[in-house]
Each structure stands twice: as structure tokens, then as C-alpha cells.
Design a protein around this ligand. Structure first.
Ligand SMILES: [Zn+2]
Length: 318
């Protein structure tokens, strides 16, 4: 684990400053809530905060070199507990939260702070939230609890109100593009960033997963669809076998952008054809979203993909 990763993400600068300033003024709260959408590095920030608090060279924390930092980087610091939703689980379980609370209640091994990170905190079960509330109400001394959530509104207000918020905003486009250029000069980041909803790390991930090829293929498929030339059953079959979720996300972003363009085009809004097209696009958007939510269930994906493509054809070829 790279303790200093969060220092390489410029959009985390104000969040980092907020933490440093609290420590310098000796005003570190017992609990913080990192509010960041996926792709903004919320968990890297949580690790960095843990590093700042546990590092033994406070002037340079996290220094990355002291014994504490080395233990953290190796993933086995005895004064840090880290829990997250299991990959195959829908929510964070009460047992996981109890582990965290137990660790915080123990005496520090290294004589400093104890830190616990609850990643994906917004998918906690109500029982887990209740268990956590007890620790939040009576926090043991010299402890820091870090919650990470993409949607804090899903957490009980009683929990949120006991945490100091650390919001991470989506960076301005220019900042995101400049950082992405530094990672790879060759890439056409503009498109990728659109499809990552402006989140730089998500853009990086999309590109690592052959986004360029998918983008080309999808753009071509929609152009064919608009000319009623797409082999819908064949394409539905291919989609259902390959990267379906990413394709659905792609369709959602593409359709959202098309709707936005049409709504800005007053000429479009003044014809019944234009309005029918926008209505049709909303139908496609609903279907794509619905389908993505149903992916985990026993949906007949090939049939659903065919329906989606038919709907898109009638919206685009109208
Ligand atoms: Zn250190």
C-alpha cells in the first residue's frame, strides 16, 4: 500500500490541508467522514490520514520511512483496523463493525493513536450502524475513526452528525485532464473522462480496460443503429457475453449527453420529431439503468440487450 499516493492526486489538496490543519491546531476529531465518489481516491486519502496520525516523524508525516509507516505500507500495523464490504456481499456486516470497535477499545501497541477505517461505510446494515453508534458516542481516547462513503445520505443522521466531514469534489475538467496527461500523453483523455463522469481514477481504470476499442465499437454500433443497419440479435448476443456492465454505463453516458445536447438545441425542441426523439432517449436511458441494476439477478441478459437496442433504434432512427 502506497501511503503517499494521496499526495499525487492534486484534487485531494484541500482535504489534505484540512486534516493537517486540524492536527496542527490539536483539533483532530474522533471521527471523520471522507465523502468521495468512486474514482476520486477516497480510500487513498483514508490511508494517508491514517499515515499522518500514526507516523512517528510528525513534521513530515506520513514520512514513509519510520517503523510505523513501514508497518502501514506492509498492511500490518497493529494499531490500524481496516474493513470494507466483501466483494460478494451487498452490505457491510455488523461483525465487521464490531471488529473495528474492539480494536479501537484496546490499548495502543505502539503507544500512539489507534485508527480504524470503515470503507464503503454507506452500505452498512442498520445493525452495523447501531453497533458503530455506541463507539461514536463514547470514543476511547486517542482514537480516530475514518468512514469513507460515496453517498453519505445513506448513513443514519445520528452517525453523520458525529463525524467531521471531509468532502472531496470532482476536480475541474482542466485539472483532471492535466493530471491524466501526466499519466499517459498518448491517450485521448477527453472522451474517457466524459465516460468516467469526470473522475480521474475511473478514467484511468477505463483506459486500462481497453476503453478506446470499446468506445470505437460502441460509437460505430449506434451510428449503424440510427441507419437501421445494425444486426441487433448478433450484437445483443456479443454484448451479453462481453463487458456488458461497462457497455451499459457507456450507453447511459452517451444517451445522457445526447439528451443534454437536444435540450440545448432550441430548433430540436420546436419540432414534434425533436421532442419525440428526446422522449425516446429518456426511454433508452431508463432501460439501460434498469438493466444495470438487474444484472445481479437472473435476468435474461441477451433478451434484455435486444430490447434495449430495439428501443434505441426507434429513438435514434426516428
Ligand atoms: Zn512515518
Amino acid at each position: 500500500m502506497d501511503l503517499k499516493k494521496a499526495e499525487t492526486y492534486p484534487w485531494l489538496a484541500s482535504a489534505r490541508a484540512q486534516v493537517k490543519s486540524a492536527i496542527e491546531r490539536d483539533r483532530l476529531p474522533h471521527a471523520v467522514l471522507v465523502h468521495a465518489r468512486p474514482g476520486l481516491g477516497g480510500e487513498s486519502l483514508a490511508l494517508w490520514i491514517a499515515g499522518v496520525v500514526l507516523c512517528e516523524v510528525q513534521a513530515a508525516a506520513p514520512c514513509g520511512e519510520c517503523a510505523s509507516c513501514r508497518l502501514l505500507a506492509a498492511g500490518n500495523h497493529p494499531d490500524l483496523a481496516w474493513v470494507t464490504r466483501a466483494e460478494d456481499a451487498k452490505s457491510l456486516q455488523i461483525e465487521q463493525v464490531r471488529t473495528v470497535c474492539d480494536v479501537l477499545a484496546l490499548k495502543s501497541y505502539r503507544g500512539g493513536y489507534k485508527v480504524a477505517v470503515i470503507a464503503t461505510a454507506d452500505v452498512m446494515t442498520p445493525n452495523a450502524a447501531n453497533a458503530l453508534l455506541k463507539t461514536l458516542e463514547e470514543p476511547p481516547p486517542q482514537t480516530l475513526l475514518i468512514l469513507c462513503a460515496a453517498r453519505p445520505s445513506r448513513l443514519p443522521a445520528t452517525i453523520v452528525s458525529r463525524c467531521q466531514r471531509i468532502p472531496v469534489a470532482t476536480p475541474p475538467r482542466a485539472v483532471a485532464l492535466e493530471w491524466l496527461q501526466l499519466q499517459d500523453q498518448e491517450a485521448a483523455w477527453n472522451d474517457v473522462l466524459d465516460f468516467a463522469s469526470g473522475a480521474p481514477l475511473r478514467a484511468l481504470e477505463l483506459r486500462a480496460n481497453a476503453f478506446d476499442d470499446l468506445h470505437r465499437e460502441m460509437t460505430q454500433a449506434l451510428a449503424q443503429l440510427a441507419r437501421r443497419e445494425l444486426d441487433i440479435p448478433g450484437v445483443a448476443e456479443r454484448w451479453s457475453r462481453n463487458a456488458l456492465e461497462t457497455r451499459l454505463e457507456w450507453v447511459e453516458t452517451w444517451v445522457t449527453n445526447s439528451i443534454r445536447k437536444s435540450l440545448l438545441d432550441t430548433a430540436d425542441l420546436q419540432t414534434s420529431g425533436g421532442i419525440r426523439k428526446i422522449r425516446g432517449l429518456y426511454g433508452v436511458l431508463d432501460r439501460a439503468r434498469g438493466m444495470r441494476l438487474e444484472l445481479a439477478s437472473s435476468l435474461n441478459v441477451q433478451l434484455a440487450a435486444e430490447e434495449l437496442l430495439l428501443r434505441a433504434e426507434s429513438a435514434l432512427a426516428a
